[in-house]
Design a protein around this ligand. Structure first.
Ligand SMILES: Nc1nc2c(ncn2[C@@H]2O[C@H](COP(=O)(O)OP(=O)(O)OP(=O)(O)O)[C@@H](O)[C@H]2O)c(=O)[nH]1
Ligand SMILES: [Mg+2]
Length: 227
């Protein structure tokens, strides 16, 4: 039965997600899943964020998810960090990253020497939200060119994320976009979500986001005691 098969896929995914979470907690590595529509600025965020993290002594790795290309990994090459590329086309061109591909993608990293691993998920506001990656933190980017109504139209993404980044705010002066209305819509879907405004072009809001990540990474002490 079709319904049964879907449930089995999600259950198998969730089981590996728990395994990944445990692995990350025990090696003291923060796994962060970055999701958004295509072009909202996930790679641009990593290009701006990672050098700032490196300046603070944070050791970073990236898992790049893409249907076919290695374009984003190539953009991050100058940062001189370990990058694990996942292309989903050989597995049917999935529009999300499941844990069956994330677990092997973690293998090349020396987790004991890595503080944060970012997953850049496949650009899509729907499917990635359906699959737990094992990340401790889910972050959604929504850019100011996408429309204030998107959280209402694609609610699951905003439900599963702990943090929403409103991206490309440097473009606000040339757009007719109501940031406060977008925030209201995000909070309507998920009243607990944290919201930040960022521009990867000007750097606005990036250091504040880093402060939040660093505060968040210190919260695993209780879980770690079970390793
Ligand atoms: N003005 C402005 N442009 C931005 C900003 N962030 C990203 N862009 C531009 O938006 C376009 C898409 O950015 P990407 O970083 O490739 O977006 P992405 O989410 O990684 O895209 P996919 O990986 O294809 O899903 C590029 O032309 C970026 O230069 C920003 O903060 N301000
Ligand atoms: Mg990208």
């Amino acid at each position: 039965m079709k319904l049964f098969i879907v449930r089995k896929v999600l259950e198998a995914n969730a089981k590996i997600a728990d395994e990944i979470r445990r692995k990350m907690i025990c090696s003291d590595t923060l796994l962060i899943n970055i999701m958004s529509s295509p072009g909202s600025g996930k790679t641009a965020l990593l290009e701006t964020l990672i050098p700032r993290l490196q300046k603070r002594g944070v050791r970073v790795g990236v898992i790049e998810g893409d249907i076919t290309s290695t374009r984003d990994a190539e953009r991050l090459q100058p940062l001189n960090i370990p990058i694990s590329q996942i292309n989903t086309e050989p597995f049917g061109g999935d529009c999300h990253l499941g844990t069956e591909v994330i677990l092997p993608a973690l293998e090349p990293f020396d987790l004991e020497k890595t503080d944060i691993i970012f997953i850049e998920n496949v650009g899509n506001l729907v499917c990635p939200a359906e699959f737990d990656t094992g990340a401790a933190l889910n972050v959604v980017l929504i850019s100011v060119t996408e429309g204030e109504d998107k959280p209402l139209k694609y609610p699951l993404m905003f439900r599963v994320c702990q943090h929403a980044l409103i991206s490309k705010i440097d473009l606000l002066s040339v757009l007719d976009f109501d940031v406060e209305f977008l925030k209201t819509n995000i909070l309507k879907i998920n009243p607990k979500i944290k919201i930040s405004e960022i521009s990867s072009k000007t750097g606005k809001g990036i250091d504040e986001f880093i402060d939040k990540l660093i505060r968040f990474s210190g919260k695993d002490d209780i879980a770690k005691s079970k390793c």
